[in-house]
Design a protein around this ligand. Sequence first.
Ligand code: ZN
Length: 311
Amino acid sequence: MAMTIERLDNDDQERDIRVVIGKNVLFKLQLKPSPFHNNSEVRKLIGKDLVKRENFEKLKELVKLNKKIKEIISLLKNRKDQIKNIIAGSKGQRDDEFREFIVQMEKKGNLNNWEQFVMASNQMGEIEKFFDLTLISKKYFCFCNSCHSLIEEGGIEVPTDCVICKNKITRNSNVYYNFLTDEIEKYLDGDWLSDYIAKAFIGKEWKVWTNSYVMGNSGIPHEVDLLAINRKGFTLVGECKTGTISRKDVFTFSTKCSDISNTYACFFTAEKLPEPTTREFMDKTGLKYFENIHTKTEENFFLEIFEDIPV
Ligand SMILES: [Zn+2]
């Protein structure tokens, strides 16, 4: 059969799009770039047994520590700006005395934050060692040895003295700390699950796409975590979630699935579904769900996926 594919609009680049034709369906896929495609360490991580509780928890912890580091940095920055403004606003003979008073007042808070910052950075390094991968980036931060103010972030020049307490800044204040890029943090915060589950389907020689958009019957593109097609043209769409699930998530998924017809739909959730009625709803509407998956072993979980799929 001859087939012509015409361009409908100029919104999409050809390289981002694939058209997949199954036995009964035609999908227009819009592929989203992901760290899985451009980072080999991320691909190695996905190769590991990530439903294993210990690995699952470590991954969650890594993201939590990174978020904490970002919070502390923003706290230190705000505090530094506040003190700078107070000092700049003070006039008269008692400037030095006033500065000393402010610095002493803030020192304790800074020290506490600084210690938490160092601890979180070190813990991130240990998790990276645990996985034996390079997922973490390093960034230069300069702290004052005396008042622990965050002096500079990301630069290469060491300033000569602290803008807050005026003490000399030494080379020792110039340290590299661990952090995750926004892209990696977002991926490790949940997006990884679809690539991980894709392994099960790839193992059975299905063709799989993760994090793409699929056009529904309505013409509206739906974001789909997982799309898998086997050799017979049997298609499956999957939603994969690592965080807490709400009732709304279940219903949104159901609406999406009814617009993408002719597919088998599975909901994969690391945590438990929110309430018995959501399970009942999924059973009655023919949606398959796998909940609490991090309590299983990879082998059992992957076997379980194919137990109920009618192929
Ligand atoms: Zn200082």
